[in-house]
Design a protein around this ligand. Sequence first.
Ligand SMILES: [Zn+2]
Ligand SMILES: [Zn+2]
Length: 341
Amino acid sequence: MKAAVFLKGKGLVIEEVPTPEAGEDGVLVKVADTGFCGSDHSLLESGLLSDGVILGHEVSGVVWDRGKQENLLPDGSRIIIRPTFCGQCRECRMGKPYLCQVKRRTIGIGDLPGGFAEYLRVYPRMLIPIPDGVDSRNAALAETFASALHGIKCAKSEGGSVLVMGGGPIGLASVRIFKILGFGPVALSEPIEKKRDLGKRFGADFVLDPFKENMIQQTQEWTHGVGFETILECSGVPDNVPLAFNLTARGGSVCIVSIMFKGFSVNQPMFLNFKEFALTGSYSNTHEENIRCLAWMAEGKIDARKMITDLVSLDQLPQVYQERIHPGKAIKVIVKIGEEF
Ligand SMILES: [Zn+2]
Ligand SMILES: [Zn+2]
């Protein structure tokens, strides 16, 4: 089969590799679409990947061969793929399977081979069925929306004003889900005009360019001097964290969804005292959150396809990575691999 393989010194290379088999405890999936995630970009640039790794974790496809798994969804079932977990360790028992350290298995992030390939072998517990009315491109992006929903849950807010910092895929997905959940007003700060426009299409009440407009003044105006009740940091810019301390309301909540590799300094830590706001982070997402987002897609409340800027074939991926993804020109890339549905 054909796959985009990582090779040291070369990056992504299209190669012919052996097609995996379902084996004793696995299931073979034929890939339809795979989304290119910001974390794929970070992994490719990290220097941590070994030769031969196949990335890609935002996958839609069909069950091609269920091997020895007789009670599984029938062959041909439309599915997305999410990580497994042990269900027994401290983290799993806390209801946080995404923090499982025992038997958490993942595809496409350096553990098992991922979805930038025609087929992949997965464990049965990784499969989530796609409801009727959801196409393969939307389904591949359910995970992006589930990550946004997870961030919103970690913030533990129930409603009110919102600021989303950063209009990448997870920021845009957050805007949409805040609107579905009835939060408002929802503001998006994002320096790139095209992403601000998409933010409006996903339902943002206000958008602003943080490089050109005064965030503190705008916050005062939009929240009538209260500050934002919830702030989600989705840009990966470390200096946004101390800024969020300034912009949040008393008793508000700040959640860092983006994964930051550089530090920040807090010049006014007393905001933590005077405002008693909650500061937290979020990581990954759960099966339930993916199922919720797929259901919203089926109900027509989410159309993730609006954020797709590049629809490419597997053969085109290495070039698109160099020309569009690495320089930050693409918002969301979908790699069209098998038959779509
Ligand atoms: Zn992802
Ligand atoms: Zn566990």
